[in-house]
Design a protein around this ligand. Structure first.
Ligand code: FES
Length: 201
C-alpha cells in the first residue's frame, strides 16, 4: 500500500518539480516564508534540533517518542537551538524522517541513526520532487513524480525508478529526547535534470 499526501498537495508539489531548477531557494510548500537571514538557507548544522515542517506541529521540536516505528516519513527542517531560526530557506535542506527497527538497519545507516530514526534529504535526485510517498508493503520511500524508490534502511539507496543516486543522509543524535543533527550531510545533495549537468552539490 502506498501512502501519499493528499492529492492537491501532491499535485502542487509535482508542478513545483518542473520549477525545481529555479526554485531551490524557495521555502517548501506549506511553510511560512523563510527569514531573510542567510542562516535560514544554510544546511543543517551540528547541534541543530529538528522541527516539524508541516501541520499543527510545524516549528515544534521532534522527539523520538512521537514517531511510531515503520510509519510513513514526515518532513522536517533543522532549527538553530539558540536563536530558534528554522532553516527552511532552501528546499534542498528539507528532510524526510522515519523511525525504523534498529535491528533492520544496515551498519552504516545504524551508525547515523538515533534510536532507529534516520533522516535524509527530502529532494529526489531525479528532477527534484519532494519524496512524499511511502510504500508500506516493501518499506521504501517513493517519489510521486516518476516513482523512484529509496530504501531508508540502507542509506536511501535507489531500488527502483530513474533516480541517479541515493538521497543524502543526515546523521542524527538524541538530546533529552529530541532529535538533533550529529554531523553534516553525507552524500550528494541536489538532482539530475535529464539532459543537463547535475544541479546541486
Ligand atoms: S523526480 Fe523523483 S522520480 Fe523523477
Amino acid at each position: 500500500m502506498i501512502e501519499s499526501m493528499e492529492p492537491v498537495a501532491a499535485k502542487r508539489r509535482q508542478l513545483l518539480c518542473g520549477m525545481c531548477a529555479l526554485g531551490l531557494g524557495a521555502p517548501a510548500l506549506g511553510q511560512t516564508p523563510a527569514s531573510n537571514d542567510p542562516a535560514a538557507s544554510s544546511p543543517p548544522q551540528v547541534g541543530d534540533f529538528l522541527t516539524n515542517a508541516f501541520g499543527d506541529k510545524a516549528g515544534q521540536p521532534i522527539t523520538v517518542d512521537e514517531l511510531a516505528v515503520d510509519q510513513k516519513q514526515i518532513f522536517a527542517f533543522a532549527q538553530d537551538p539558540v536563536s530558534g531560526l528554522v532553516r527552511n530557506g532552501s528546499r534542498m535542506h528539507q528532510l524526510v524522517l522515519i523511525r525504523l527497527d534498529p535491528a533492520t538497519l544496515t551498519p552504516g545507516t545504524l551508525a547515523r541513526s538515533a534510536n532507529g530514526v534516520v533522516a535524509y534529504s527530502g529532494m529526489c535526485s531525479h528532477t527534484g520532487c519532494d519524496v512524499t510517498d511511502w510504500n508500506a508493503d516493501i518499506m521504501r520511500f517513493q517519489c510521486p513524480c516518476h516513482e523512484s524508490q529509496f530504501d531508508p534502511r540502507d542509506g536511501a539507496r535507489v531500488v527502483g525508478g530513474p533516480a541517479p543516486w541515493q538521497l543524502a543522509a543526515l546523521p542524527l543524535k538524541e538530546v533529552d529526547g529530541k532529535l538533533a543533527v550529529a554531523a553534516p550531510f553525507e552524500g550528494r545533495l541536489g538532482f539530475q535534470q535529464p539532459g543537463l549537468s547535475p544541479f546541486g552539490i
